[in-house]
Write a protein that binds this ligand. Structure first.
Ligand SMILES: Nc1nc2c(ncn2[C@@H]2O[C@H](COP(=O)(O)OP(=O)(O)OP(=O)(O)O)[C@@H](O)[C@H]2O)c(=O)[nH]1
Ligand SMILES: [Mg+2]
Length: 273
């Protein structure tokens, strides 16, 4: 059996990561393997989830959905768990990842866009694997829920108007999409856009995901990677000393026992030093 293309999906909370993964995997609400999506700014996906392998144009694809990253202002336990989960995921990955997909809403604060990009490009190995940017919510309702003007070809028009905003980043591809799903009405409203989005993203995965993979499982590489990831996150999240998170013994224990952090690293991580 040929090796599948392994895709790591990341992005901010509520960007539409799980909606995209469900759609790409061909899962509809009601299917036991359909993963829950969120209805609020609360993060729904807290642990990474590996979808079962499926095929597109003869290629096997395995998606890994991750916990949403919360922007810097709200450093807290959940965010730290999300980070630690991604580190754990990379450490535990036997086969590595051939492609990263960064899922983002269309309206995103510039600093957050830059920070997220730097994290995944420079720290997680985007220099070695390609990153595809998938911009969601390009439909009748924008990211803030405001109605926007109807256009015949929303994806093409959005890309034409916005491509220049991403010129500083080395994305292998930028794909405008809509992954809104749900019952009958949602299907009527968004079904066609979803089908078009699914095809565009799957084609891009097959096109760009055939290179080698990034692996962090070797202990030395993992440790360097984990420390680098932590430091970068701390750079991104610790805005002022008075906003530091207070020491949390449970989290320290978990980082240490389950995720291979040294006590010193765990303490620094939690305290945001
Ligand atoms: N209008 C619109 N809504 C979308 C789109 N994609 C996702 N949504 C909605 O946005 C909300 C969040 O989607 P999720 O798929 O749960 O987002 P997520 O990135 O997995 O969220 P976390 O797991 O919490 O980080 C849900 O209500 C989705 O129905 C889209 O392209 N357009
Ligand atoms: Mg999710």
């Amino acid at each position: 059996m040929a090796e599948p293309i392994r895709v790591l999906v990341f992005g901010t909370v509520g960007a539409g990561k799980t909606s995209m993964c469900n759609t790409l995997a061909g899962l509809e609400p009601g299917d036991p393997r359909y993963m829950e999506t969120s209805n609020s700014a609360q993060s729904v996906t807290l642990e990474a989830y590996h979808y079962k392998e499926f095929h597109w144009k003869g290629k096997g694809i395995v998606l890994t959905d991750t916990a949403g990253l919360v922007p810097g202002q709200s450093i807290g336990r959940t965010y730290k768990f999300a980070i630690a989960n991604i580190i754990k995921l990379l450490r535990d990955s036997q086969d590595g990842y051939n492609l990263l997909i960064y899922v983002s809403p269309p309206k995103i604060e510039k600093k957050l866009a830059e920070d997220s990009y730097n994290l995944f490009y420079k720290v997680l190995g985007g220099e070695r694997v390609k990153i595809i940017l998938v911009v969601t919510h390009i439909d009748l309702i924008d990211a803030t829920g405001t109605n926007i003007e109807y256009t015949e070809k929303p994806f093409v028009e959005w890309l034409n108007a916005n491509r220049k905003n991403y010129s500083n980043y080395k994305y292998a591809d930028i794909i405008a999409t809509c992954f809104k799903c749900g019952g009958f009405i949602m299907k009527e409203l968004f079904g066609e856009l979803r089908t078009e989005s699914r095809k565009a993203v799957l084609d891009a995965i097959v096109k760009h995901g055939q290179g080698g993979s990034i692996k962090l499982k070797e202990p030395t590489i993992f440790e360097q990677g984990a420390v680098k990831i932590m430091n970068t996150f701390l750079d991104l999240t610790v805005i002022a000393k008075d906003k530091q998170v207070t020491y949390d013994e449970d989290l320290a224990k978990e980082l240490e026992e389950k995720w291979g952090f040294t006590r010193d690293e765990a303490v620094k991580f939690i305290n945001g030093i």
